[in-house]
Design a protein around this ligand. Structure first.
Ligand SMILES: *Cc1c(COP(=O)(O)O)cnc(C)c1O
Length: 367
C-alpha cells in the first residue's frame, strides 16, 4: 500500500546544508547568537519587511516570551480563539493570564471580530488571534478594536510564514507576530520560531529573556528561560529560505488539484481565497457538512487506505481537560468553532505530493 503522510518536511539539497554548516567546524561556535543566527535574523528582517526579528528554538517559546515581554499583569484576561493548536492557549495561561474564548468565522476560521467587543471587560489586556491555516485574520478590524480599548495584539502567525496581504507580510500586523519554523510547517528550521515586532525597546528584553535573563557577564535582568535558536537551526533556515518560493509554488499546484477534484460536491466545503491575500498554501482544510459521510468516517476510510489526514483542530483547546476549570471554557460558548472542529480535516499537503496521489485521496473521499 502506498502510504501518504499528512505532511513531509521540506529539506534543502544535503550538499547545500553541509556547505552552510562547514564554517561551524572552524568556529566551534554552536549556539548563543553566532554568525548563522545573526545572518538568518537579518535575512528574515529583510524578507518579512519588519524592523526586528528575534529567533527562538521553537515557536511556542517565542509566543510565551513575547507575551511575557508585554508585561501584562497576572490574572488579567486575554481574548483568543479555541480553534487553534494547544500552544496558543498554553502560552497565555503559562503567563498567568486568563484566556477568554471568542468564536471564529465559518469561512476562514479566524477570530470573529464582530464578537470581540462584547467579551471585553475592565480586566482585558490583550488579544491573541490566530492566522489559522495561513488565512489572515481581519487585521484592520482587530487594530481598530485594540486602539479603542488600549489592548495589545499578539498574533499567533505560526501558519502564516510567507503570506502577504496587499504586498505586506503577515509579520507586520499588531504589536508582534510569532512564527513557528517547526518541521511540519511550510518553512522550517527543524524546530524553531521567531517573534517579529517594531518596538525597539523589546529588542533587549527578548534577547535577555531567551537567554536566562542574563544581561552582561555578572547580572540577570529577568527570570528568563532558555529558548535560543542554535547555529544548526539557523543554517537550516538560511538554506530553506532560498527554496521557499519554489516550495510555495509546488504546494499551490497541489492545492489547485485538490480544488479541481473536490469543488462543486454537495456537503464538501472548501475555503475561498481571501481578497488581496497571497497564500502560502500551508494546509488544505475540508469541512464535511451534511456530506454522505461524516468527518470521522472519512478520516477512518482514508486511514484504511494508508492516507493520514489530520483532525486539525480537534478538539477545541477550550475542551481540553486542563482548561475545564476556566469559566470561559467549553465549546458551547463558541458554536461555530465547535461545529468546524467536529467536521473539519486537513488533507495531506507538501511540495512533492504527486497530483496522482491527490487524485487518489479525492477518489477515496468521493467513492
Ligand atoms: C506549530 C504551532 C505552534 C507552536 O509552534 P512550535 O514551533 O511547534 O513550538 C503554535 N501555534 C500554532 C497555531 C501552531 O500551528
Amino acid at each position: 500500500m502506498n502510504v501518504i503522510n499528512v505532511t513531509r518536511s521540506s529539506m534543502p539539497p544535503m550538499e547545500e546544508y553541509i556547505t552552510e554548516i562547514r564554517d561551524l567546524w572552524d568556529s566551534h561556535w554552536l549556539t548563543n547568537m553566532g554568525i548563522k543566527h545573526r545572518e538568518f535574523q537579518s535575512q528574515l528582517e529583510n524578507f518579512l519587511g519588519v524592523p526586528y526579528v528575534a529567533l527562538y528554538t521553537n515557536g511556542h517559546l517565542a509566543l510565551e516570551n513575547i507575551i511575557a515581554a508585554m508585561d501584562l499583569p497576572k490574572g488579567r484576561e486575554v481574548i483568543t480563539t479555541p480553534f487553534t493548536f494547544a500552544s496558543t492557549t498554553h502560552a497565555i495561561v503559562r503567563n498567568g493570564l486568563i484566556p477568554v474564548f471568542c468564536d471564529i468565522k465559518a469561512d476562514d476560521f479566524t477570530i470573529d471580530t464582530s464578537k470581540i467587543e462584547s467579551l471585553i471587560t475592565e480586566k482585558t489586556c490583550a488579544i491573541v488571534p490566530v492566522h489559522v491555516y495561513g488565512h489572515l485574520c481581519d487585521v484592520e478590524a482587530i487594530e481598530n478594536i485594540a486602539r479603542k480599548h488600549n489592548l495589545k495584539v499578539i498574533y499567533d502567525a505560526a501558519h502564516a510564514f510567507g503570506v502577504t496581504k496587499n504586498g505586506v507580510s503577515a509579520a507586520c500586523f499588531g504589536d508582534a507576530s510569532m512564527f513557528s519554523f517547526h518541521a511540519t510547517k511550510v518553512f522550517n528550521t527543524i524546530e524553531g520560531g521567531a517573534v517579529c515586532f517594531s518596538d525597539d525597546t523589546l529588542v533587549q528584553v527578548l534577547n535577555d529573556m531567551k537567554n536566562f535573563g542574563i544581561r552582561g557577564p555578572e547580572d540577570c535582568a529577568y527570570i528568563g528561560g532558555n529558548a535560543k535558536m542554535s547555529e544548526f537551526q539557523a543554517a537550516m533556515g538560511i538554506c530553506n529560505l532560498r527554496h521557499l518560493s519554489e516550495e510555495i509554488s509546488k504546494r499551490k499546484k497541489v492545492v489547485e488539484r485538490y480544488i479541481a477534484d473536490l469543488s462543486g460536491i454537495s456537503g464538501i466545503k472548501l475555503s475561498a481565497p481571501q481578497d488581496g491575500v497571497e497564500s502560502n498554501y500551508a494546509y488544505f482544510p475540508v469541512v464535511f457538512d451534511r456530506y454522505k459521510y461524516t468527518r470521522d468516517e472519512i478520516f477512518a476510510k482514508l486511514s484504511e487506505h494508508g492516507v493520514t489526514a489530520r483532525k486539525y483542530f480537534y478538539p477545541l483547546t477550550s475542551d481540553f481537560e486542563c482548561y475545564k476549570k476556566f469559566q470561559t471554557a467549553g465549546g458551547d460558548k463558541t458554536p461555530v468553532a465547535k461545529h468546524i472542529a467536529a467536521n473539519v480535516i486537513t488533507l495531506p499537503l507538501y511540495a512533492d505530493l504527486s497530483l496522482k496521489d491527490v487524485d487518489r485521496i479525492c477518489e477515496i473521499i468521493k467513492s
